[in-house]
Design a protein around this ligand. Structure first.
Ligand SMILES: [Zn+2]
Ligand SMILES: [Zn+2]
Length: 691
């Protein structure tokens, strides 16, 4: 091997407002393959990532849950990291974009661009919700399409006619968070101008991406490049822009800067210098991203870096999306599977192996065919490869053979050398991210070994010629060992257990050239077991959308698929289906005593992020104290005072830690997310029964 390479690798930052799902994992798992391979080759490779924490969706969701954005992102960070760890994705640093390093770097990059005149300010009309006290991002407003008149369309484009427009052009606009009518206000925004780097970027893009990607991007270069709006108005969860009070960096500005911040944080913890890693001309820098965020990584990002005098990436590696059974992931079909749901039913190694089989290093979509998944794992990984170890080691550990490897005979040596001869070819596949070729190569060698095993019939010779059997098993186990080394980047935990079988650990790529003879092996511990179609069915069943199990049913998981959209995605009420409860008799309904109550007071409850305390005037029933878990829907609870609501008056009083609740207020929607209390359409008067 030549000189050690110094390599920095990133995966796109997952958005804090959502769970990790199998679609995300396509990226993290393949990045992890590549990084582990580089480390096995003896290169200095650092894999950094972080949670992407800023933006409107996080702010709104935190508000709705009655927690601070910091609390929300801390929770996401822990959950994301646990998911990644359990999928054997090993970051060298998994940080957060809401960090002091990121703030300092964002300010530094912005100020450098501003200094050379790449930042301009333009004023434009925007919708402002006085009730929410904020300018509304496009996806937080709905109204009538200015082109075709369709109702209920978002502020950026029309689902019906496909028109795109500015939110201020919508007819009858409504704030999707609170339902109020927003007003038009002028707001000044900052733009990062790309045109001064027209020529630079036009040359940069084809040199750092594949041609299918650069061809798409270069179409924009036929005209002057438009500036990129990089500011958002307060309130916004993010970093305020230096010298521009009330303006915040758009989440897509500080998200990629988060790569440098995470690396900087890693360097600081190890006494390394950032400039030896990021800005070192001898160090390589690679971003793994999905094809939906090309614009941010291949246009804006190199533009920002270059403007600020930072080194740009060596290459941007772009992959496709995940489909399941040939279709887009679907919540109703149970094919939109969260990482945790998968892990509840199936081993991480099976998915890693299957993804490896399907990843060819192109931007094509990857299909997870659930039937094929079961077949490949069982027939190849378990039946073909792992079987060599389980049959070979278990036989060698029989008393007659005493668990000791012998010497290779000529045929055995030829077989082992065949396996060893593929080391560089397989390494080239890893290097070029043609991961799918690795299981193909490994299976070919395993086929030859299985053929040898069957021909030598060790299960027969063990009764007649113990030493001949030992020779056979020595070849089989040596071949298996080499294959496990080749698979180590894909199946790290599997490889570590396999290494232990041979009394080894921490295999490097060079270990494949060794041959083990005349030494004992350890006890065989299971490496991979067959998976059952029933496990897959159970996973799909569990992934199907169900009614709210808690206050935090999520609109988030689909948002997380595409950060570009997620950044400004709406907290639309969930598209979860609520199955109908069992039918009840009229007599059951009659048991309910629903009344109108007039809100005398409504206030937050100390230490509770969910509860509101209501005092209701219940007419003839007197006053009622009711605790209701709907704080998320009412950032300003006092606004409910004087309003009429509907409540269950004959519910048994319930003792809670904060007091006794004397009834239940009816609410439409998801308490933690969106919705409102039920109220009579016309003023009814306190205590009026509802029938
Ligand atoms: Zn509003
Ligand atoms: Zn339209």
């Amino acid at each position: 091997m030549s000189e050690k390479r110094r390599i920095v690798v990133t995966s796109a930052l997952p958005y804090a407002n959502g769970d990790i799902h199998l679609g995300h994992l396509v990226e993290y798992i393949q990045t992890d393959f590549w990084v582990r391979f580089q480390k096995m080759r003896g290169n200095e490779c650092v894999y950094v990532c972080a949670d992407d924490t800023h933006g409107t969706p996080v702010m709104i969701r935190a508000r709705a849950e009655g927690v601070t954005p910091e609390e929300l992102i801390a929770r996401s960070h822990a959950a994301h990291l646990k998911d990644f760890t359990d999928f054997e994705v090993a970051f060298d640093n998994y940080y957060t974009t809401n960090s002091p390093e990121n703030k300092a770097l964002s300010e530094r990059i912005f100020s450098a661009a501003e200094k050379i005149g790449f930042i301009t300010a333009k004023s434009s009309p925007q919708l402002y919700c006085t009730h929410c006290g904020m300018f509304l991002p496009d996806r937080y407003v709905k109204g009538t399409c200015p082109k075709c008149g369709s109702e209920n369309q978002y502020g950026d484009s029309c689902d019906k006619c496909g028109a795109t427009y500015g939110a201020e052009e919508l007819g009858h606009p409504v704030c999707t968070t609170c339902g109020a009518t927003p007003e038009v206000r002028d707001s000044e925004h900052l733009y990062f101008e790309l045109e001064p780097q027209h020529d630079y970027l036009e040359k940069w893009i084809p040199a750092h991406t594949t041609s299918d990607i650069s061809n798409k991007l270069l179409e924009w270069f036929k005209e002057p490049l438009r500036g990129w709006c990089i500011s958002r108005d307060a309130p916004y969860f993010g970093f305020e822009i230096p010298g521009h009070p009330g303006k915040f960096f758009y989440v897509w500005v500080d998200a990629p800067i988060g790569y440098i911040a995470s690396l900087s944080n890693w360097c600081a913890a190890r006494g390394e210098r950032l400039e030896d890693w990021w800005d070192n001309p001898d160090a390589e820098l690679y971003h793994f991203i999905g094809k939906d965020i090309i614009r941010f990584h291949c246009l804006f990002w190199p533009g920002m870096l270059h403007a600020a005098g930072f080194k740009t990436p060596t290459k941007v590696f772009v992959h496709g999306f995940l489909t399941v059974n040939g279709e887009k992931m679907s919540k109703s079909k149970g094919t939109f599977v969260n990482a945790r749901t998968y892990l509840d039913h199936l081993p991480a190694s099976a998915l890693r192996y299957y993804y490896a089989c399907k990843l060819g290093g192109t931007t094509d979509d990857l299909d997870l065919n659930l039937q094929d998944f079961v077949t490949r794992v069982n027939s190849d990984l378990v039946g073909k490869i792992t079987n060599l170890a389980s049959r070979g080691a278990q036989m060698l550990n029989k008393p007659a053979l005493g668990g000791a490897l012998g010497a290779l005979d000529e045929e055995g040596r030829t077989l082992v050398e065949l396996a060893q001869s593929r080391a560089e070819a397989i390494a080239q596949h890893y290097e070029a991210r043609r991961f799918s070729q690795v299981p193909v190569e490994v299976a070919k060698i395993a086929d030859a070994a299985n053929e040898y095993f069957d021909r030598r019939e060790p299960w027969k010779t063990i009764k007649t010629d113990v030493e001949a059997t030992r020779v056979t098993l020595t070849a089989i186990l040596n071949v298996f060992r080499i294959l496990a080394i080749y698979l180590k980047p894909i199946l790290p935990a599997y490889a570590e257990k396999a290494a232990a079988l041979f009394g080894e650990s921490s295999w490097t790529w060079a270990d494949a050239a060794k041959t083990l003879e005349g030494r004992p092996i350890g006890k065989y511990e299971y490496l991979a077991t067959r998976i059952d179609a029933k496990q897959v069915e159970a996973m799909v069943e569990a992934a199907k959308v169900k009614p709210a199990e808690s206050g935090e049913v999520s609109h988030e998981s689909r948002a997380s698929k595409n950060k570009a959209k997620a950044a400004e995605r709406e907290p639309r009420a969930t598209d979860n289906a609520f199955p109908l409860k069992p039918e009840i008799a009229f007599a059951d309904f009659e048991k309910l005593d629903l009344r109108v109550g007039k809100v005398l007071s409504c206030e937050t409850v100390p230490k509770s992020s969910k509860l509101l305390k209501f005092e209701l005037d219940a007419g003839a029933l007197g006053t009622r104290t009711i605790f209701s878990g709907i704080r998320g829907a009412y950032p300003d609870p006092a606004a409910l005072v004087g309003k009429e609501v509907v409540f269950v008056a004959n519910l048994a009083p319930r003792k809670m830690s904060v007091g006794v609740s004397e009834g239940m207020i009816l609410f439409a929607g998801e308490p933690g997310v969106a919705g409102g209390v039920l109220a009579p359409f016309a003023e009814a008067g306190a205590g009026t029964p509802c029938t």
